[in-house]
Design a protein around this ligand. Structure first.
Ligand SMILES: C[S@@+](CC[C@H](N)C(=O)[O-])C[C@H]1O[C@@H](n2cnc3c(N)ncnc32)[C@H](O)[C@@H]1O
Length: 328
């Protein structure tokens, strides 16, 4: 397929239908045709195809994550397709196809002379090294879940206007946890919280904290580990997520200062709280304003509200092209 317009195609887009009668004759008195710039058409169509290519390639990237292909290549140096297939116990022909897909996406390096493939360490930090500050592969699971619920979303537009979190496959909540945990682990304690006046002092002294829309509790557990004198309660409407959050707490050694409860954001109880936090959750709520009103009611006088939101802007026009705005 090519995204270059032929001369005939350029002529077609330059000659809008309004200048032609239904019989195909030229209508001399028709309104002047709006100018269509074929170069802009070509550039835009190319951009759309590039977006589609990224969406299609993400499926193969996720396959590499699920099957441990990136992991097997991490730190392994150059590998041939049969070597990678042998290491992973996977179907050799499909492994070769997968490698080719990753090479054309620029995720792997290909050495034609030796017909082998390599995962640069810098790329492994995004794709396969979970402890890295650049580990972002979890977002691919979220994208896959969006496609899996496309019919439900279509019907929401026609009917009730909502897709509940429970309609998403579990890969979505796991993807959210994996994607966002990277920032919580590397930035919450050292960067974000010290930037809020008085917050670290209050947590160090011992505060009651509500984490609303806590999901699998990734941020809740990071906070609980960093400030053992404080008590943290994670709330989420999604029962599956709260079950996972409780199991994550057990995996983290069952800290005594954390608990998780099922609750709607605008009906959270158990207050008052010295600190209320929303981590990447406020914009997901059906009624963010009601949740903020509830948070205000739950806070002690002089309490602190923290909302961590994806990188976005107040004015729509300032977010054009922002990849995080497009993702979220
Ligand atoms: C993008 S996730 C963020 C989860 C978690 N804070 C994190 O950063 O990993 C948004 C969360 O909001 C929760 N949520 C959505 N609507 C809610 C509501 N009305 N009340 C409470 N939680 C809600 C979802 O179940 C989901 O776990």
């Amino acid at each position: 397929m090519t995204n270059t317009l032929t001369a005939a195609e350029s002529a077609a887009v330059s000659t809008p239908p309004s200048t032609v009668t239904p019989t195909g004759e030229s209508a001399g008195h028709a309104a002047p045709a709006p100018d269509i710039d074929p170069n802009l058409v070509e550039a835009f169509a190319g951009r759309v195809i590039t977006d589609f290519a990224g969406a299609a390639a993400t499926a193969m990237t996720l396959i590499g994550d699920r099957l441990g292909l990136f992991e097997a290549m991490t730190g392994a140096g150059p590998l041939t397709a049969p070597e990678l297939a042998a290491r992973t116990g996977l179907q050799p022909r499909l492994v070769r196809e997968w490698l080719a897909a990753q090479v054309v996406s620029g995720y792997l390096t290909y050495h034609p002379g030796t017909d082998d493939y390599e995962l640069p360490l810098e790329h492994a930090m995004a794709l396969s090294i979970a402890a890295s500050p650049a580990f972002v592969i979890g977002a691919a699971e979220v994208i896959a879940g969006q496609y899996a619920t496309l019919n439900r979303l279509e019907s929401a537009f026609r009917t009730d206007g909502a897709v509940p979190y429970s309609a998403f496959p579990e890969t979505v909540t796991h993807g959210i946890e994996r994607f966002f945990r990277t920032a919580y682990t590397h930035q919450l304690v050292g960067d974000w919280f010290p930037a809020v006046d008085g917050l670290v002092r209050r947590l160090s002294d011992g505060a009651r904290v509500a984490d609303i829309g806590c999901g699998h509790g990734a941020a809740t557990l990071v906070m609980a580990g960093a400030w053992p004198s404080s008590e943290f309660t994670g709330f989420d409407l999604d029962e599956r997520s709260i079950t996972v959050a409780r199991s994550r707490a057990v995996q983290a050694g069952a800290p005594g200062n954390v608990e998780f409860r099922v609750a709607d954001a605008d009906a959270v109880g158990g207050g008052p709280y010295d600190v209320v936090v929303f981590f990447d959750a406020l914009h997901d709520l059906g009624d963010p304003a009601a949740a903020l009103r509830r948070a205000r009611d739950l806070l002690t006088p002089g309490g602190i509200l923290v909302a961590v939101e994806p990188w976005s802007t107040d004015r729509l026009e300032d977010s054009i092209g922002n990849p995080i705005a497009r993702l979220d």
